[in-house]
Design a protein around this ligand. Structure first.
Ligand code: FDA
Length: 397
């Protein structure tokens, strides 16, 4: 236990993507900074991201790829520190990367490359990182902030809260929201985002499709995404479902088009001119298991019924189509923070500067990254928000 508190220009709480970027930028400007991290290792969410390869940015990140009560809040930071800026940093460190789906950049080898890059930048610019240092209290006085940890008291002129959101209970943290409330900030309603959707157990049992995947277009209201789609033991997942989960609210109908590339009514009409049976035709356009389920739901079995499409009524065809294009269903819920990638909602941005990320209620206090009410789509947008908001605060502290 040291007797006299250590003094810093700025203390950054949380060694995740946003906190490390902020500390690096402030350290580059000659500020004396310390990053306080309660875990044994920094940036655990970077380590597990993108299947271990970290989808570190999206080349076309734009404000319309983010959800917030204040959709314009993210514009300034995203314009000042762009995906290209982060790519330049990655290239300076000679980290091999590739573009997976259009615009999404991943490490070729390991997400650890990104963590090592950030830690090297921090160290080379003179920033400090203290691991296993949970912050138990923050108080403000005329000189700045006093930060209590089990081992030391740290004094800092400015303090940046970069402790992220609630997703993945072992790694998530309510700290930013509690601190924001302590200083008078409002928290917008929060829920799990980029998360698989669940179906009622009876529906899962009836479907019995776990493991079947395909390309699909999913739609809630006017919002739609087309991407990979997967049936799971609990419900629905895959990139298309994770994307739409940011927009889906409890009780809403989800429309799933399992053949977004085809007009199936037209296709059925064309098939009527042939002698093809329904099951042979359906096997052409859907995974076999799914085609069989759809026929069974209509009281048709491939073993016993050689139904020719030519003999099918419009009503029967529409019955088949209602399971494919679109298939309308009401999910039961989401898998929650246990498997979510992000927290939707968070610290209301109305009392935060979009230029500096300083609180307008408490001078010297800053909030960055996922803790704010700014949530990106799947595809590298959330890390880009962490880099951009961290960079902007790093210029100001
Ligand atoms: P982040 O959570 O990264 O960092 C917060 C830090 O604060 C952590 O190190 C935490 O331990 C620390 N902390 C918390 N409370 C503290 C306290 N009281 N005292 C001290 N330290 C404390 N995004 C993306 O763009 N591309 C991707 O590929 C993925 N993949 C992905 C996979 C999975 C499984 C998840 C869960 C998430 C993703 N994401 C993602 C989302 C991305 O990980 C997330 O948006 C960013 O990590 C947010 O960065 P922050 O720095 O705001 O928080």
């Amino acid at each position: 236990m040291s007797s006299s508190p250590k003094y810093y220009d700025a203390a950054i709480i949380g060694a995740g993507a946003a906190g490390l970027m902020c500390a690096i930028e402030a350290a580059k400007r000659g500020k004396r900074v310390v990053v306080l991290e309660h875990a044994d290792a920094p940036a655990e969410k970077i380590r597990i991201s993108g299947g271990g390869r970290c989808n570190f940015t999206h080349l076309r990140a734009h404000s319309h790829n983010y959800l917030s009560q204040n959709p314009r809040f993210c514009i300034s930071a995203l314009k000042r520190y762009t995906p290209r800026d982060f790519v330049s940093l990655v290239e300076r460190h000679k980290i091999p990367y590739h573009q997976k789906t259009e615009g999404q950049l991943f490490c070729d080898e390991s997400a650890m490359d990104i963590i090592d890059m950030l830690l090297n930048e921090l160290r080379d610019n003179g920033g400090e990182l203290w691991l296993q240092t949970p912050v138990t209290a923050i108080t403000k006085n005329d000189a700045g902030f006093e930060i209590t940890t089990p081992s030391e008291t740290v004094r800092a002129h400015k303090i940046v809260i970069a402790t992220g959101g609630l997703s993945i209970p072992k790694l998530g943290s309510p700290f930013a929201y509690e601190t924001a409330k302590q200083f008078g900030h409002v928290i917008t309603p929060m829920r799990a985002g980029l998360v698989p959707l669940t179906l009622h157990p009876d529906k899962i049992q009836a479907l019995d499709m776990a493991g079947v995947s395909m390309q699909a277009r999913v739609k809630v209201g006017k919002t739609k995404f087309e991407d990979g789609f997967l049936f799971t033991h609990r419900g629905l997942s895959g990139p298309a479902i994770l994307q739409i989960s940011n927009y889906w609210q409890m009780g809403q109908t989800l429309e799933v088009d399992l053949r977004p590339d085809m007009d199936l009514m037209e296709w059925f009409r064309a098939k009527r001119k042939t002698r093809q049976s329904l099951h042979t035709a359906l096997f052409e356009i859907l995974p076999r298991r799914l085609a069989e389920k759809i026929m069974a739901a209509q009281g048709l079995s491939p073993e016993t019924v050689e139904t020719k499409i030519a003999d099918m009524s419009d009503v029967k065809i529409k019955g088949i189509l209602s399971h494919i294009q679109p298939w309308s269903l009401i999910p039961d819920g989401t898998e929650g923070y246990r498997t979510a990638e992000v927290t939707l909602g968070g610290i209301d941005t109305k009392d935060i500067s979009s230029q500096t990320f300083e609180s307008q209620l408490c001078a010297g206090l800053y909030f960055i990254g996922e803790a704010l009410d700014v949530t990106g789509w799947l595809g590298g947008y959330n890390f880009q928000w962490a880099w951009s908001s961290g960079w902007a605060a790093g210029q100001a502290i």
